[in-house]
Design a protein around this ligand. Structure first.
Ligand SMILES: [Zn+2]
Length: 79
């Protein structure tokens, strides 16, 4: 009757510390940078260094590439 006193394996794994539980990767949010207007595809600003496909993060006063850290400041002097 040793089987009854033994804990199920799944419970033992939960107690063990150190290893984080595996989480699935979040789906890519790149589709957010595309929009279709009147049959034409509109793309967000892409990185001049990384090329098309790498989109730039937009802040209120600058745009930033998370891959190569390219930063472009909104030009206020042109106004
Ligand atoms: Zn880049």
């Amino acid at each position: 009757m040793a089987e009854e006193t033994e804990k199920p394996r799944a419970e033992k794994v939960k107690e063990r510390k150190g290893k984080k539980p595996h989480k699935n990767k979040p789906t890519s949010a790149k589709y957010k940078h595309y929009s279709i207007e009147g049959g034409k595809i509109k793309r967000g600003k892409t990185c001049p260094r990384c090329g098309p496909g790498i989109f730039l993060m937009q802040a209120k006063d600058r745009i930033y590439c998370g891959k190569c850290h390219y930063t472009e400041f909104a030009s206020e002097s042109k106004k």
